[in-house]
Design a protein around this ligand. Structure first.
Ligand code: AKG
Ligand code: FE2
Length: 296
C-alpha cells in the first residue's frame, strides 16, 4: 500500500491492479457488469433521467441531446437491485482500505460522495476540455496554488469494466499551477484536437478490473467515442477532515435523494450508513447554494 501512497502523492494518480479492488474472475465483477448493462439500457431508453448529456461537459447537466456519456447516481434506490450491487462495492472493505491509505485517514473519517458510470456515447464523438474538477480555467496562479493546497481530503477513481483509454492526465500537476504553455491548452471551452499536445500529458489505459485513483484537481481531460464500449465505474470518497472543502464539488451533482430516501439508508451496510451520516452532516453544515465548479 505504501508504494501506492507514494505514487499517488507524487504523480497525483496511481494505477491499482484488478486483484486489489475488482478481480475479473470474481462474482462481483460479473454482477457489476450486469448492473451496469441494466442502468445503461435505462439511460439510453430515457427511463433513467440522471445522466451526463453529450454536448455538456460539466454539471449542471441538461437534457438537450438524447445521447449520453454517463449515468449519474448509480446507488440511487430507484435503480432497485442494481443500486444494491453498486453500493456493496462502493462501501465494501476493499475500496475503503485503499481510500483510507491514499487519504491517510481512518475508516471513521470516510464520507459518501459520488458514484456514477462513464459510458460510450451511442452515436457521437465527445470530449472534455483540459480541466481541474474544482478550479476554473481562468483561475490565477495564486488562486490555483490556494485551491491545490487544500485538495487532499478526497480521492476519485475510475475502475474499468471494459478496456478504457479515454482519460488523459498531466502527472504532477495536482501540486503546481499550470505553466504559461499549459494555460494556453486549458483556457478555452473547447476540447483539445490532440490531447497529447498538452505539455507533460499522458494517456491512461485501464484493463478490465483495473483502477486509476486520481486527485481530481490534477489537470486532466477525456475523449469519448461511440465505436468502442465503455463502462467505467467513476466514484469519489472524501474525508471529514476536509471540513466543507469538498462541498461544492460534490453537492453540485444534486445529492438531496441521499438524505431524503429512507429506502437508500435501509439498503446500506452499517459502514455505508455511517459514511452517509457524515455526508449529511457536511451538507447541513454548508446549507444551500454551493454553486457549480465550472461555468461552461
Ligand atoms: O471520463 C473520464 O475518465 C474523466 C471524467 C472527468 O474528468 C469529469 O467528469 O470531470
Ligand atoms: Fe474531471
Amino acid at each position: 500500500m505504501e508504494a501506492y501512497q507514494t505514487l499517488y502523492d507524487t504523480q497525483g494518480y496511481v494505477l491499482i491492479p484488478p486483484s486489489v479492488l475488482l478481480p475479473t474472475s470474481s462474482p462481483l465483477f460479473q454482477d457489476l457488469l450486469t448492473a451496469s448493462a441494466h442502468v445503461v439500457a435505462k439511460t439510453r431508453s430515457g427511463a433513467w433521467s440522471h445522466r451526463r448529456t453529450v454536448g455538456k461537459q460539466f454539471p449542471p447537466f441538461d437534457s438537450d441531446n438524447p445521447d449520453s456519456w454517463g449515468v449519474q447516481h448509480v446507488m440511487h434506490p430507484d435503480l432497485g437491485e442494481d443500486a444494491l450491487v453498486f453500493q456493496r462495492w462502493y462501501t465494501g472493505e476493499e475500496v475503503r482500505r485503499v481510500v483510507c491509505a491514499l487519504m491517510r485517514c481512518r475508516d471513521e473519517d470516510l464520507q459518501m460522495e459520488l458514484f456514477n458510470l462513464l459510458i460510450n456515447p451511442e452515436s457521437h464523438e465527445f470530449a472534455l476540455r483540459w480541466h481541474r474538477d474544482d478550479v476554473r480555467e481562468d483561475a490565477t496562479t495564486e488562486e490555483e496554488e490556494k485551491a491545490l493546497g487544500i485538495w487532499t481530503h478526497g480521492v476519485q477513481w475510475n475502475t474499468a469494466l471494459y478496456e478504457d483509454d479515454c482519460l488523459y492526465v498531466v502527472p504532477g500537476s495536482h501540486k503546481v499551477p499550470r505553466t504559461p504553455e499549459q494555460r494556453v491548452h486549458s483556457s478555452s471551452p473547447d476540447p483539445p484536437k490532440d490531447p497529447l499536445a498538452m505539455p507533460g500529458s499522458i494517456k491512461v489505459t485501464l484493463q478490465p478490473g483495473e483502477t486509476v485513483f486520481y486527485n481530481s484537481n490534477i489537470v486532466h481531460c477525456g475523449t469519448y467515442t461511440h465505436t468502442r464500449p465503455r463502462a467505467t465505474l467513476h466514484a469519489c470518497i472524501g474525508s471529514t477532515q476536509g471540513g466543507a472543502s469538498r462541498a461544492r464539488n460534490i453537492l453540485q451533482h444534486g445529492l438531496a435523494w441521499m438524505e431524503d430516501s429512507q429506502a437508500f439508508r435501509e439498503g446500506l451496510s452499517e459502514q455505508g450508513r455511517a459514511m452517509l451520516d457524515r455526508t449529511i452532516g457536511m451538507k447541513r453544515g454548508v446549507g444551500e447554494g454551493v454553486g457549480f465548479s465550472q461555468t461552461n
